[in-house]
Write a protein that binds this ligand. Structure first.
Ligand SMILES: CC(C)(COP(=O)(O)OP(=O)(O)OC[C@H]1O[C@@H](n2cnc3c(N)ncnc32)[C@H](O)[C@@H]1OP(=O)(O)O)[C@@H](O)C(=O)NCCC(=O)NCCS
Length: 171
């Protein structure tokens, strides 16, 4: 596989042309930090993230080529983020956050998420999975995005993406 520059990702979603996924940069750190802190009840990490911790994360993140953090924009307004990282033999989803609630419930995060899965799959083929706290309403959202619960633990579900087989046109 050719090396790629993860700092220049720019994905336009054909179904919703004003919706764009782009690489996170240093100027996004404060958004990432605030959104995560505001919604930390939905995540495993329950502590408040400091500016210093966020910067430390970024400095190690930029060294990992197959750890992608994508910012989501609609009509040039930044409203969310989503991450996917390669771990040994599979993709792991993380940090999926609707940052600005006014952009929620319109399918924008869903379209962006599907585009991120496609993009990751084009880089490396392998299973795509995630862990989500059982009480998180996002469980239902992930089911709609094509994930299935494959393991149930005390506090969380392990879910795996089940891509739909491509429909073949009749000859
Ligand atoms: C999970 C999360 C990203 C979903 O964001 P969202 O904006 O609600 O996502 P979408 O708009 O794609 O989908 C939400 C709803 O809009 C509906 N919808 C409305 N218009 C739509 C359209 N045109 N196309 C597709 N879906 C549409 C969807 O069907 C979905 O319905 P549901 O409420 O029955 O699930 C958001 O709730 C979030 O940030 N949660 C907190 C953080 C979190 O828990 N992250 C996951 C941690 S593991």
């Amino acid at each position: 596989m050719n090396a790629f520059d993860k700092s220049t990702i720019h994905i336009v979603i054909p179904a919703v042309p004003a919706l764009v996924l782009r690489s996170a940069g240093q100027s996004d750190l404060e958004f990432l930090r605030q959104w995560k802190n505001e919604q930390k009840q939905f995540f495993f990490h329950q502590e408040e993230i400091t500016q210093e911790q966020q910067l430390n994360w970024y400095e190690s993140f930029i060294e990992r080529p197959y750890d992608l953090m994508l910012m989501v924009e609609f009509e040039h307004r930044l409203f969310g983020c989503m991450g996917i990282r390669w771990q040994e033999n599979h993709w792991d989803i993380y940090n999926v956050i609707l940052g600005l609630q006014e952009f929620g419930g319109r399918g924008l995060m869903g379209h962006a998420f599907a585009a991120m899965l496609d993009f990751a799959g084009s880089l490396k083929a392998g299973p795509i999975s995630l862990q989500v706290l059982k009480h998180n309403p996002a469980v239902k959202w992930y089911l709609k995005q094509g994930f299935e619960i494959t393991e149930t633990h005390d506090s969380f579900f392990f879910m795996i993406f089940q891509p739909q087989p491509t429909k073949r046109a009749c000859p």
